[in-house]
Design a protein around this ligand. Structure first.
Ligand code: UD1
Ligand code: UDP
Length: 361
């Protein structure tokens, strides 16, 4: 039996192809939700839209300082894992849920599979970088999305027999859900006037960006200037962390369409119709690349170098002038790059490997 530990928006989305594959093949598994994300728009909406089964457990850990959140997940996950002793635990990505889920399993000597292993920003100030490194070094099966990520694992001395290049399950998720979104979703309220290829989509939530007044203010100024110069609507579904910090810093931006986070089907539609995407999200950098939409990343580095290599993405940081300059470059970029994240079969490949290793009895 497998246990899938998840807790945040991107983990639900990127695990959905693996969950669907387990369902299709009748593979015994259970989902342990940590409750790191809990607002309807960050959690439940994805289970509903993607028609995923209810998680068997929810630790309801909620928000908190890193140690507190990680510690609560560690203690809660340990109890559940002790009770069930699954054959393997899967974690996905780089959140505190991943760190604590992997650690709980490793200490119980339960094999850990890390989906999206081997990503590196080489910036240890990012909490996510610490989480990735720990999960990769205590895990047993490394599902690296690309040859680049597999290469980083090898450079760090991870044995070859642990490394599997599977593609990224985000491709599966985009393919499985884009069409459903286009067929079944109406126009979002307040966005009736958006024309395909004539608006800009934005997300930002990285702690190092939005928790620093100067960085958040730089991003917002850059967006205002971009709206002014291009005349295009700028649509910004706001992550709850960013909403809280904008309020705390009393920051706003003229002419920007701020809205609550949207579900995956609406977000995919918004992405696929955008002229340009600005983001500091990992998943959104990948999706823009897959969907053929130019992307400007509001960071100084990225653990998704494949997007820079194929030309779908550039780095801009948070300075308003640099955001403008890089946006102009990307507005002139003609899509047509290759998708480096695989063929949309990553979920199937991961489950095949788990079956072959005997973890799905
Ligand atoms: C977390 C991950 C980040 C990931 C992101 C995905 C860590 C260290 N960070 O960041 O890597 O990219 O999820 O979105 O694991 N909040 C709500 N409702 C929610 C969740 C959060 O209101 O459902 C608010 C709370 O005020 C909370 C803040 O957002 O304090 C931050 O939440 P947290 O889970 O700590 O980090 P994220 O910024 O969401
Ligand atoms: N996303 C969404 N609704 C939104 C914003 C993002 O469904 O309003 C999806 C997006 O398509 C991607 C994922 O959330 O699949 C990215 O999550 P996030 O940016 O929170 O985290 P990261 O990928 O940076 O860890």
């Amino acid at each position: 039996m497998l246990s899938l530990v998840l807790g945040t928006r991107p983990e639900i989305i990127k695990f959905s192809p693996v969950i669907r594959e387990c369902e299709r093949r009748d593979i015994p598994y259970f989902v342990l939700h940590t409750g790191q994300h809990y607002s309807y728009q960050m959690d439940r909406i994805f289970f509903e839209e993607l028609e995923l089964p209810e998680p068997e457990y929810n630790l309801d850990v909620g928000s908190g300082l890193h140690g507190e959140q990680t510690g609560k997940i560690l203690a809660g996950a340990e109890k559940v894992l002790l009770q069930h002793r699954p054959d393997a635990v899967l974690v996905q990505g780089d959140t505190n849920t991943v760190l604590a889920g992997a650690l709980a399993a490793a200490k119980l000597r339960i094999p850990v599979g890390h989906v999206e292993a081997g990503l590196r920003s080489f910036d240890r100030r990012m909490p996510e970088e610490i989480n990735r490194i720990v999960a990769d070094h205590i895990g047993d099966l490394m599902f690296a999305p690309t040859g680049t990520s597999a290469g980083y694992l090898r450079q760090e001395g991870i044995p070859e027999e642990k490394i599997f290049v599977t593609g990224n399950t985000v491709v599966d998720a985009v393919r499985e859900n884009l069409e459903i979104g286009q067929r079944h979703r109406g126009i979002l309220p307040g966005l009736e006037d958006l024309k395909r290829g004539h608006y800009i989509l934005v997300t930002a939530h990285r702690a190092e960006n939005v928790d620093e007044r100067e960085n958040l203010s730089g991003i917002l100024k850059g967006l205002e200037r971009l709206h002014h110069e291009t005349g295009m609507p700028v649509v910004f579904p706001v992550h709850p962390r960013t909403e809280k910090m904008m309020r705390g810093f009393s920051l706003s931006a003229q002419g920007i369409r701020f809205m609550e986070p949207v579900g995956y089907l609406d977000f995919l539609r918004l992405e696929s119709g955008a002229r340009l995407i600005l983001t500091d999200s990992g998943g959104v950098q990948e999706e823009s690349c897959i969907l053929g939409i130019p992307c400007v990343t509001l960071r100084e580095n990225t653990e998704r170098p494949e997007t820079l290599d194929v030309g779908s993405n550039v780095l801009a940081g948070t300075d308003a002038g640099t955001i403008m300059e890089r946006s102009r470059v990307m507005l002139g970029r003609v899509p047509g790059w290759e998708n480096p994240y695989g063929d949309g079969q990553a979920g199937r490949r991961i489950v095949d490997i788990l079956v072959e290793k005997g973890f799905t009895g």
